[in-house]
Design a protein around this ligand. Structure first.
Ligand code: AMP
Ligand code: MG
Length: 321
């Protein structure tokens, strides 16, 4: 792909111009930055797959600014979605799609993942546009998702014309994906809105986040969110010295690893703060001259569940590594 100049700024009108010309714009959300295109135009959407090097079998999330907009693109909105949308934005709803959503967006599925993101700049952009935005995370396929405009620039600079800079993402992990195609609503991806919180509003949900075996979550491939250097959980492999590793920990530093190679995500033990810092820590360690990253398992509650899920996927060994 030809290199082009990537501009970074807060200019919604410029973002609109690019999107109307079927070009890509990176947009801020409260979860991670998205790589957006006109969701109703297959030629625009195809560019997302090209730039991300994303397989076509991995469907995209469609972003809209209100529940009324959701109604335009799906054929049925369960009460539970109205309830959840009143309080939370970091949830993607999988619902039966209307024909207006092109097949390329949903990888041929008859459902669409749809979300109302919680970032003022992006909401304003969506309100001003007369089409919804298809937007997966703004990173090369399989790599760690971006939580700042700089992260997007680092990996997609030269490949897209504009990054709408909305600051650091407040939540820092991707949205929770929930499908209503099952008898009991089922969580397909653990994410920014916790299972506990969702259950408080709509009652019991199932959780089904397996990977290869789960055709309902086609994008949830084993290897994902992965830094380039290998990541191990809860163990320091004996072949590495303390100087050769980086640490991702919850509250405490490791006594023997150099301090600048350690990311303690929340010294005060706050899982939301830890989630917010996770991807920055992974990216920072990945750019250091170290040989491995060692992460600890986080408490299996609240956002700790999503953190553990991301770390597990980041740790899966790839054949070509
Ligand atoms: P990303 O925004 O990069 O995190 O990717 C979007 C993810 O949403 C995909 O990888 C899928 O896991 C999920 N997704 C999107 N649409 C659907 C759908 N129709 N059914 C199930 N999962 C979906
Ligand atoms: Mg992604």
């Amino acid at each position: 792909m030809d290199r082009q100049k990537t501009l970074v700024g807060k200019d919604i009108h410029l973002a609109m111009q690019f999107l109307k010309r079927n070009e890509l714009v990176a947009i801020p959300t409260e979860t991670v930055y998205g790589l957006a295109a006109n969701a109703l135009n297959p030629e625009a959407v195809i560019k997302i797959f090209e730039v991300k090097q994303r397989p076509f079998l991995d469907p995209l999330i469609v972003h809209v600014h209100s529940i009324d907009e959701i109604q335009k693109y799906v054929s049925y909105v369960p009460i539970a979605v109205y309830e959840l949308a009143k309080y939370f934005s970091a949830i993607t709803y999988v619902l039966p799609k209307q024909d207006i959503i092109p097949d390329i967006v949903t990888s041929g599925h008859n459902t669409v993942g749809i979300r109302i993101p919680g970032h003022p700049l992006t909401l304003e952009l969506l309100q001003k546009l007369d089409f919804p935005l298809a937007a997966p995370s703004a990173n090369p396929f399989g790599y760690v998702s971006p939580t700042t405009a700089q992260h997007v620039l680092d990996s997609l600079g030269g490949k897209i014309p504009y990054i709408l800079d909305g600051g650091t993402c407040k939540i820092g992990v991707e949205s929770t994906i929930i499908t209503f195609e099952t008898e009991i609503p089922t969580i397909l991806r653990l994410g920014g809105t916790t299972v506990e919180t969702i259950e408080e509003i709509i009652g019991k949900v199932d959780i089904c986040v397996q990977t290869k075996t789960n055709p309902d979550a086609p994008g949830m491939l084993d290897t994902h969110y992965a830094p380039r250097i290998p990541l191990f959980i809860d163990r320091i492999p004996p072949e590495y010295s303390f100087e050769e590793i980086g640490i991702i920990a919850f509250e405490r530093y490791h006594e023997r690893v150099p301090i600048h190679q350690q990311f303690v995500l929340s010294p005060r033990g706050d899982l939301s703060e830890a989630a917010r810092n996770l991807f920055h820590a992974l990216r920072s360690l990945d750019s250091m001259p170290i040989k491995a990253i060692v992460a600890q398992t986080f408490p299996d509650q609240g956002l700790g569940k999503a953190i553990n899920d991301r770390l597990k996927r980041a740790s899966v060994k790839r054949a070509n590594k």
